[in-house]
Structure formats: C-alpha cells, structure tokens
Design a protein around this ligand. Structure first.
Ligand code: NDP
Ligand code: HSE
Length: 406
C-alpha cells in the first residue's frame, strides 16, 4: 500500500481523486502496488463530499505521517506550494505537481533536493495538460540534440481565439467560458498576457537544453490586444491567429519568445483548435516530432498528474535523473529574427500605399468588407529590429502581428 496526499482540492485536485477512484484497479495493476489517498489538504470544507473524512487543513499532519510516500501539489502559486514541496522532499516524500509557476521558479533546486533525498520531483502536468512532453524530453528524446521547440502551450488562449474566430464570440465571453470550464489560471492574466505559456516554454527549454532558462528573460506578448477585426483580416488571408511559444538553438545561440502569430491554413498548427495544445520538437537527427492533446481541463490534466504518481510509486527509494542544471542559460534577443509582419493602418489605402511601398518595398495589401476606414498590409521578410524602425515612419498604424513562416 502506498499512501498519497493531495494538496489542493480544486479543478485538478478533485480530478486527481476522481481518476484514482475511477481507474483504481488498472492504476494499481500498472503500479504493482495499491495507491491509497490518505489525505486531501484544502482551505475549505467539503461537507458530503467523498473526501470529507480525509480532509485536513494542517499541512504538518501530512508532513509528519511517515506512511505518506507521495505528495501531489495541485494548489498553484509559488507560496505556500514551494515551502510544502520542499519540506515534503526533505522528509523523504516524492512530489508530483501540475504547478508551472513553481516549476519555472524553483525547478532545478527542487530536483536537486529530490536527488539528495532519493525521491522524485515530477511535473508532467505542468506543461501541455494531458500531453506527455516532460517525460519524452527526459527519456525518449535524450539521444538527440534538441534544436527547436515550437507550439501552442496555453489552452485558455487557444480556446478564446478559436471561439472568437469560429463562433464570433466577444473576447470576454470566450474568457469567462474558459474559466467556467476550468481551463484558466486563478488570475487569467497569466493566460491572456502570455505569462503561463512563457513559464511552460522556460520549463521545456530548460529540459531540452539542460540549463536553466529564466522565464523572466523570455520576450512575451499575450493576446489581450488581439481583436475581432484582426481575426477578420487573418480569415481574409485564409489564416488563423495562434499564441505561439518557441525556443531555438542556432549557431550556439539560444532564443525564446511567446507572441501571437498569423498561421497559414497549410501549417500543422492551424487546425489545433479549442483547448488543444500542440508542440513540435525538432532534433538534429530525428527531425520533427509532434505532440498533441488537451492542454488544460480537470480530467486530462489529472491523468498526467496520476501518471506521475504511478511513476513515483514505481521508484520508491530511487531517484529518476532529470538533466536540468541550475546554471543559467543566456538567451539572445529576438530582434534579429527575420519574418513577415501583418500591419493594420487607419485611413484610405490609396492615400497611404505609395508611402508604405517606399518604406517596406513589395507589400501585399488586404482589405476587409467590414472596415472601410482602414486596411492591412503584409511586409516582405525583414529583421524585427528593422521592422520596428520602419513602422515608426508609417502614420496611422493600429497594430501589427508577426507571420509564422515555417
Ligand atoms: P484551483 O484554483 O481550481 O484549485 C486550487 C485549490 O487549492 C483550491 O481548492 C484552493 O482552495 C486550494 N488551495 C490554495 N491554496 C491553498 C493552501 N494554502 N492550502 C490548502 N489549499 C489551498 O486551481 P487548478 O486546480 O485549476 O490548478 C491547480 C494547479 O494546476 C495550478 O498550478 C495550475 O496552474 C495547474 N494546472 C491547471 C490546469 C487546469 O486545467 N486547471 C491544467 C494544468 C495545470 P481555495 O479555492 O479555497 O482557495
Ligand atoms: N491555464 C492553463 C491553460 C492551464 O489554459 O493552458 C494548463 O496549464
């Protein structure tokens, strides 16, 4: 019998309990032992709920129970999660978490503590919800040199952009529905401003490149400035807008960014819709490998957490090596990247076209039936730094979005 404790009985925590209850016999069969939920920690009471009898409000009860071998941290936020996780590892308990804020901020330190105490710190659900991506990076892909990670890493924003495009929903309605469905962070600013995707690409990059990528060094833009009109232009170009996260290693330099991109219909990420996420990993020998699945949501995420519990239970007393050192990986700024840009301008195209062509050269113009008082154009490929400079000389610019070229 292996006793576990679940910290946090919210969306993911209640999903963890449900999955363990529902799939109990197959989980035990795969573990080779019996998993028992001994405690659930939460701030609230849940009268009449299945966990009523095992609910505690004091973390020390869990910490001081030597029978608890695995702690599942699904409360979110850095504190008190960090303190509880650290104490658990130091007292010889493995930890499985879905908390990317915690992993991005303290990953290498917690991995090192786990190593020293012959336990495990596992965090599959911290990136991509249900998608197996952390374990593949730490096992199946270890023979190759990773050159690039690129994809959709946030379910909430992908859901919002899809509902705006396919159903014509307003941003606010799409966001509140994502919250009701349990996809969004407690403070959804983390989703819509790109911070959540930024932490996830920092985690994946650290695992892929072996050193710590500080999420605060990653250039990050969210989708809060994307409007229904931007989406109309994208549709007119037979494209979609996606929030992409990427990191690359090129000529010994490392780059990472999160931003909305216009993606062509022929691109494999174009049809990744709703709460789904997709991640490409490019290795020097394997080429592209793509991972796809539900990027958020109660039961899909809970399954990833419980799979970590099974792994931790299979490795009691044995640390699974995670190659993520505390040494900092320096990132190079993204301004040298060359790409095309879509730009929206207020005014009449006939009055501005000559000026735009004189600045950008061979631009491609787009007009929508919905907006007579503005137009759009797509630049030829040019470095970001030079785009910023040229854009300053165009009057009436409403906004711009990068084009995904791959
Ligand atoms: P919720 O807010 O739904 O659940 C968190 C739970 O933890 C709440 O019940 C909360 O109680 C409880 N809690 C908070 N602080 C404490 C504390 N100090 N002591 C005891 N209990 C506490 O969040 P989610 O389940 O959605 O997310 C949990 C984590 O998983 C986050 O890190 C999130 O980023 C991550 N995640 C979420 C996914 C999703 O689809 N929702 C997917 C992948 C990862 P109360 O409500 O009373 O404050
Ligand atoms: N809020 C996150 C998302 C949860 O929407 O992707 C999954 O990490």
């Amino acid at each position: 019998m292996i006793d576990i404790a679940v910290l946090g009985y919210g969306t993911v925590g209640s999903g963890v309990v449900e999955v363990i209850d529902k799939n109990n016999s197959s989980i035990n069969e795969r573990t080779g032992d019996q998993i028992r939920i001994r405690y659930v920690l939460d701030l609230r009471d849940f009268p009449g709920d299945r966990v009523e009898e095992i609910l505690v409000h004091d973390f020390d009860i869990i910490l001081n129970d030597p029978d608890v071998k695995i702690v599942v941290e699904v409360m979110g936020g850095v504190e008190p999660a960090y303190t509880f996780v650290k104490k658990s590892l130091l007292s010889g308990k493995s930890v499985c978490t879905s908390n990317k804020e915690l992993v991005a901020a303290h990953g290498p330190e917690l991995i090192e503590i786990a190593k020293k105490n012959s336990v495990n710190f596992l965090f599959e659900a911290s990136v991509g919800g249900s998608i197996p991506i952390v374990r593949p990076l730490n096992s199946s892909l270890t023979a190759d040199r990773i050159l690039e990670i690129r994809g959709i890493l946030n379910g909430t924003t992908n859901y919002i952009l899809t509902q705006m495009a396919d159903e014509g929903w307003e941003f606010d309605k799409a966001l509140s529905t994502a919250q009701q469905l349990g996809y969004a962070e407690r403070n959804p600013e983390a989703d819509i401003e790109g911070y959540d995707a930024c932490r996830k690409i920092a985690i994946l990059s650290s695992l892929a490149f072996g050193k710590s990528v500080n999420y605060e060094d990653i250039y990050t833009e969210g989708i809060s400035k994307i409007t229904a009109r931007d989406i109309q232009y994208a549709e007119k170009m037979k494209c979609a807008i996606k929030l992409l996260a990427s990191s690359t290693c090129e000529d010994g330099k490392y780059y990472a960014m999160v931003a909305p991109f216009i993606v062509k219909a022929s691109h494999p990420l174009y049809s990744v819709n709703g709460v789904f996420n997709a991640i490409f990993i490019r290795g020097s020998e394997i080429g592209d490998v793509m991972f796809y699945g539900s990027g958020a949501g109660k039961l899909p995420t809970a399954c990833a957490v419980v799979a970590d519990v099974v792994d931790a239970a299979r490795h009691i007393g044995k640390h699974i090596r995670v190659a993520w050192s505390a040494e900092k990986l320096e990132l190079t700024g993204v301004k040298s990247a060359t790409r095309r840009f879509f730009v929206r301008v207020s005014g009449k195209r006939v009055e501005c076209e000559e000026k735009i062509r004189s600045v950008f050269g061979d631009a491609e113009f787009i007009e929508t039936d919905e907006a007579a008082d503005e137009f759009g154009f797509v630049t030829p490929p040019l470095p970001e730094s030079s785009f910023d400079e040229k854009l300053n000389s165009i009057p009436g610019v409403i906004g711009s979005i990068r084009f995904e070229e791959k």
